[in-house]
Design a binder for this molecule. Structure first.
Ligand SMILES: Cc1ncc(COP(=O)(O)O)c(C=O)c1O
Length: 379
């Protein structure tokens, strides 16, 4: 068939995981845990299925779950929100992000994206008929270049997409960043699509700052969250979007004809689990910080340059002192020859900026991380 989307290929995650499987490599490429979710959560899912929670949920999500999510937002972010009109449960943050873009972006509208960027944003913008305006994060610190952002804003700018904690770099937006974003969003009347799927994974006492905590952003933002990240169940593919009533109403218009609903027993299981363990998400930062430290400590004697990740469960390793090859060449070579798979970050840019970083996922058992680090130390 004559492709309607000739520029869109298979994601790097699919490609690297397939290569890792083919080579029997330790897979630190795709971002998912190789350990189990809490037993109580898995039992809650089995119970939900056996208790008959198996038919369509309401389009915006099970009321019991939305109520728990409103309590979570109050507990962890100090944010009040109406579960009826402001929370929509979706089959994964990817769908929520897609729906918020589809609902907002008209043909010719400009959408600002910071590179390197999660790979679902650009296709969604293009499918909506919009134009992605891509701005590189500052080299090495991966901070937002707000001067560059301000310089590109114009009356056609419709939306800005932010992602903090940031995949693939692990960078986290600061209080100053949020105030600058708020000021620019108001000045240029922008909508904000805020990808906060790693909200609970920030380290060294650094807080996560949600757009929902800033009044000027609260009314113009879609904030996206994922149970896959928070509960170590990426395969359950369920998340939620929080937005002001008028924005949620528009998002739901798209959601009801893309997926209509998220999976019912998963929603019931998460609602039951959160009712019993409301503090569970707050424990994640400590859990993953220990894994980050284990991985970084084990690499201390290696030839990589490394700055411990501020958030997410990804660690960038700078191989400038090891090789001048491109990150795509090295990711493939080391998967095949050394048996450790990673993700090259150049694929998240429109044209690779010549940086020498590979992304490694540390949401893995300690033994897996130790084994991978030992191999990497031999380079
Ligand atoms: C930055 C970012 N956004 C969104 C997602 C997708 O989340 P979900 O699996 O809930 O669709 C991911 C998953 O890796 C991610 O890293």
């Amino acid at each position: 068939m004559d492709s309607k989307l000739p520029g869109i290929g298979t994601t790097i995650f699919t490609r690297m995981s397939a290569l890792a499987a083919e080579c029997g490599a330790i897979n630190l490429s795709q971002g998912y845990p190789d350990f189990e979710a809490p037993e109580e959560l898995r039992e809650a899912l089995a119970r939900a299925v056996m208790d008959g929670h198996n038919q369509y949920a309401p389009m915006s999500g099970l009321p019991a779950l939305r109520e728990q999510l409103a309590l979570q937002l109050q507990l962890h972010r100090g944010v009040a929100c109406d579960p009826e009109t402001e929370i929509t449960v979706v089959p994964g943050a990817t769908e929520g992000i897609f729906c918020s873009i589809m609902a907002s972006v008209r043909a010719g509208d400009e959408v600002l994206v910071m590179d390197p960027s999660y790979d679902s944003y650009i296709p969604a913008i293009e499918m909506a008929g919009g134009k992605a305006v891509r701005i590189a994060l500052r080299a090495h610190s991966f901070a937002v270049d707000w001067d560059a952002v301000a310089a590109t804003l114009n009356p056609r700018s419709r939306m800005i997409i932010i992602n903090s904690p940031h995949n693939p770099t692990g960078a986290v937006l600061s209080e100053d960043d949020m105030h600058t974003l708020e000021r620019l969003a108001i000045e240029y009347d922008l909508l904000v699509c805020s990808d906060e799927v790693y909200e609970h994974l920030t380290y060294d006492d650094l807080p996560h700052r949600s757009v929902l905590q800033y009044p000027g952003l609260r009314e113009r933002s879609f904030a996206h969250f994922s149970f896959g990240k928070t509960f170590s169940v990426t395969g359950w593919k369920t998340g939620y979007c929080v937005a002001a009533p008028a924005l949620s109403a528009e998002l739901r218009k798209v959601h009801q004809f893309v997926a209509f609903v998220a999976v019912t027993p998963v929603q019931q299981a998460v609602a039951d689990f959160l009712a019993d363990y409301p503090e569970y998400p707050a424990r994640l930062a400590g859990f993953y910080q220990r894994k980050r430290d284990l991985f970084c400590d084990a690499l201390a004697g290696s030839n990589f340059r490394l700055r411990p990740s501020a958030g997410t469960y990804f660690q960038l390793l700078d191989y400038s002192d090891i090789s001048t090859a491109t990150d795509q060449q090295l990711a493939e070579q080391w998967t095949r020859e050394l048996g450790v798979a990673s993700i090259p970050i150049s694929v998240f840019y429109p044209s690779p900026p010549g940086l020498h970083y590979l992304r490694f996922c540390f949401a893995k058992n300690d033994a897996t991380l130790e084994q991978a680090a030992e191999i990497l130390c031999g380079i």
